[in-house]
Design a protein around this ligand. Structure first.
Ligand code: FAD
Ligand code: NAP
Ligand code: FMN
Length: 623
């Protein structure tokens, strides 16, 4: 795949959605013979912006309206593009030479909807003079394909509009291309041809007989990953409750002094697949078995995506599958785009060539159809994993040397720290993901089930993430803490860290006797007046008469809480599941401001809330 500095695709992605769309765009551009640069915003060499002419940016929003980590943190370059572009002394025509098109991914249940792409747009277009190829497009998770019954408003439709406009522009501008000394009409590459990635695997030593499966493993190349030793892994919901929630604590086996964190900070945990799942994968791709434990190395260097968390050593296919390849995740479009041509194994087809062709055609449709309803119904709705897709499509015989091109990389998962900043142990509160799909299959979350199986004394790989959630100057102001369910996790750290002597906690769960987590601690704090506690039990009216959810208690105490917000500059910190809960709490908050805050109308109340958000006085940490 040739590269060029003139056309550039940059992405910023926290959980992989923006990365996937950027991968599809890059793939399409390669197939139309447009050499280009493709990397995360963080990995882009800032100096190259002077050589760039056509800049395509796909970026999601994370945190409290922030750019994803791979957009702001540097891995390869000394200065990130974003930190460079934010320099105050750049002239207003600095990016005049660039034509750009931007696509943002966000979720309208967050108050700072699509803020990251808007920040990029504001700086790159409005302030530094880049020209727009077409208006910025913004997608909303709340309108995922399938959820809106094919009305064309899903995230994917917005992406395909972006791709269509981008390609239309490039094809009009560059209808021909150079091939050797000739200029020829630009045509799309034969769809049957697989585009070989720059970096791929090879056997390091054909003659090695050593069984590397038994060798001790280690991770290399990421110094910031720490090793923790598990101290407590205890279920804290009753055994007859559907949801297993864990109190999970570990301590650094290295220097405890270094482990500084504040309330609101998170720990990234690096999970792995189970040996059973790895065996099932190898059984499905049985031609991999003979090389599964042979030593490998990379042609053209280690792919960048593998550097976060360090690369497994010894490098074998089995270890890559266990520690790096996310084949238990739901396949994204790019997986089909890169693998449909490998539906070639007729030996596994009972109906021979006809069945092989049917399978290949179906996979091709998943890869290329812009109406993604079929793909959504087959993969997302029943939450099928990549492995299950391969078990359905037995004709797919994958070449192992490209495994890191078509399988996604396992990403770390983030957990709010529940321990207080002075606690030598790091404590997390983890809801174990386990549910039945519409196909009645049990589905387990990778990281939470990895955690659930960890025994006392075992090791866990982690990084601490500083989020600066509560501003220094806000310490000691009254704080209103709202956390239904596992949303309690970071609030515990706030309380233990004693950020204020006026802390109001609103906690809610389903039943007083089943999922009222940390009940003894909360009630003890309440008795000792460390906090003022309001609880609600949504399915236990006997113990929660007239109050179902946390917002009912907020409303009940509305006058007092509003007085704290308006007259005492209180902070409002809301945590838990994303979706309806934060939206409804926000609505309740606006109603409270209207009723008791002295605001004339809805607009004025909303403006006050927006101002609170701007200065991080209304904090929403939802996931
Ligand atoms: C800043 C931040 C803080 C967080 N803090 C915490 C915390 O303190 N505690 C905590 O437990 N988690 C927390 N999380 C969530 C955590 O990071 C993981 O996303 C979560 O534990 C799931 O990880 P997993 O690997 O087990 O599941 P995965 O393998 O990633 O699978 C999760 C997927 O399963 C799906 N799913 C889950 N339940 C169902 C269901 N019933 N029906 C259908 N689909 C379902 C969801 O769509 C989700 O996409 C936090 C996330 C962020 C971003
Ligand atoms: N689809 C599911 O099965 C499903 C849904 C959510 C969470 N989960 C799982 O449970 C884990 C923990 O989730 P969680 O921390 O959110 O715990 P939770 O136990 O699902 O929710 C905590 C409390 O919040 C209530 N709640 C629900 N909707 C609300 C709303 N709009 N406003 C205010 N409160 C609301 C719940 O009530 P009610 O539940 O009684 O309405 C419950 O009392 C997740 O990681 C996930 O794995 C599964
Ligand atoms: C912890 C967290 C914080 C988020 N914060 C915001 C936000 O402030 N604004 C927004 O529009 N979307 C927000 N989102 C939604 C994501 O932008 C959206 O899910 C997007 O599809 C993720 O893309 P990615 O996989 O490329 O990171 C947030 C999602 C998570 C999990």
């Amino acid at each position: 795949m040739p590269s060029s500095k003139k056309i550039v695709i940059l992405y910023g992605s926290e959980t992989g959605n923006a990365h996937d769309f950027a991968t599809i765009l890059s793939h399409r551009l390669h197939r139309w013979h447009f050499p280009h640069t493709f990397c995360s915003i963080g990995d882009y060499d800032a100096q190259d912006i002077l050589k760039c002419k056509y800049l395509f940016i796909i970026c999601s929003t994370t945190g409290q309206g922030e750019l994803p980590r791979n957009a702001t943190s540097k891995r390869e370059t000394p200065v990130t593009l974003w930190s460079f572009l934010k320099k105050k002394n750049l002239p207003p025509n600095f990016l005049n030479h660039i034509q750009t098109a931007m696509f943002g991914l966000g979720d309208s249940s967050y108050p700072k909807f699509n803020y990251a792409i808007r920040k990029l747009h504001q700086r790159i277009v409005t302030q530094l003079g880049a020209n727009e190829l077409f208006d910025r497009l913004e997608a909303d998770d709340q309108a995922m394909a399938g959820s809106n019954k094919g009305t064309g408003l899903g995230v994917e439709s917005v992406y395909f509009e972006y791709e269509r406009k981008a390609l239309e522009f490039l094809l009009k501008k560059f209808p021909n291309r150079r091939l050797g000394n000739k200029i020829i009409k630009r045509e799309e590459l034969d769809p049957e041809i697989y585009l070989e990635p720059i970096s791929y695997l090879q056997i390091a030593d054909e003659n090695a007989n050593e069984d590397l499966n038994e060798t001790k493993i280690e991770f290399q190349g990421d110094e910031s990953v720490k090793i923790g030793k598990v101290n407590i892994n205890k279920r804290i919901t009753s055994h007859d409750h559907f949801q297993d929630i864990r109190q999970f604590t570990f301590s650094s086996i290295e220097n405890i002094e270094e482990e500084k964190y504040d309330p609101g900070d998170t720990a990234a945990i690096y999970p792995c697949n189970t040996d059973e799942d790895v065996s099932n994968f190898l059984e499905n791709q049985s031609h991999w078995l003979e090389v599964a434990d042979k030593p490998l190395d990379f042609i053209n260097g280690v792919p960048k995506d593998l550097k976060d968390g360090g690369l497994i050593k010894p490098l074998t296919l089995r270890n890559l599958l266990k520690y790096h390849c996310d084949f238990m995740s739901i396949p994204r479009t790019s997986f089909f785009l890169k693998t449909w041509t490998f539906a070639t194994d007729i030996t596994k087809m009972e109906r021979g060539k006809e069945q092989l062709n049917d399978q290949k055609e179906k996979l091709r449709q998943f890869a290329t159809d812009q109406d993604m309803q079929d793909l959504y119904d087959y993969c997302n709705r029943p939450r099928r994993s990549i492995l299950e897709v391969l078990e359905d499509f037995l004709s797919v015989k994958l070449p192992w040397k490209y495994v890191l091109d078509y399988l996604p990389i396992i990403k770390p998962r983030y957990y709010s720290i529940s321990s207080g900043p002075r606690d030598p142990n790091i404590e997390l509160t983890v809801a174990v993901v386990k549910y039945k799909t519409i196909l009645r299959r049990i589905r387990k979350g990778i990281c939470t089930n990895y955690i659930a199986l960890l025994q006392e004394g075992e090791q866990v790989r982690y990084k601490l993430q500083n989020n600066h959630i509560i501003k220094q100057e806000f310490l000691n102001r009254p704080i209103i803490l709202v956390g239904p369910g596992v949303g309690l996790a970071p609030l515990l750290s706030v309380i233990k860290g004693e950020v204020s002597d006026n802390m109001r906690l609103f906690f809610g769960c389903r039943y007083k006797d089943k999922d009222y987590i940390y009940r003894d601690t909360l009630e003890d704090w309440s008795r000792k007046d460390k906090i003022s506690l309001s609880t609600s039990f949504s399915r236990d009216s006997e113990n929660s008469p007239g109050v179902k959810y946390v917002q009912d208690n907020l409303w009940r105490l509305g006058e007092e809480i509003t007085e704290l917000v308006i007259n005492k500059d209180a902070i409002f910190f809301l945590c838990g599941s994303s979706g309806k809960m934060p939206i409804q709490i926000r609505l309740t908050f606006v109603e409270m401001l209207k009723k008791w805050g002295g605001f004339k109308n809805e607009e004025a109340a909303k403006k006050y809330l927006k101002d609170m958000e701007k200065c991080d006085r209304y904090i929403q940490e939802t996931w």
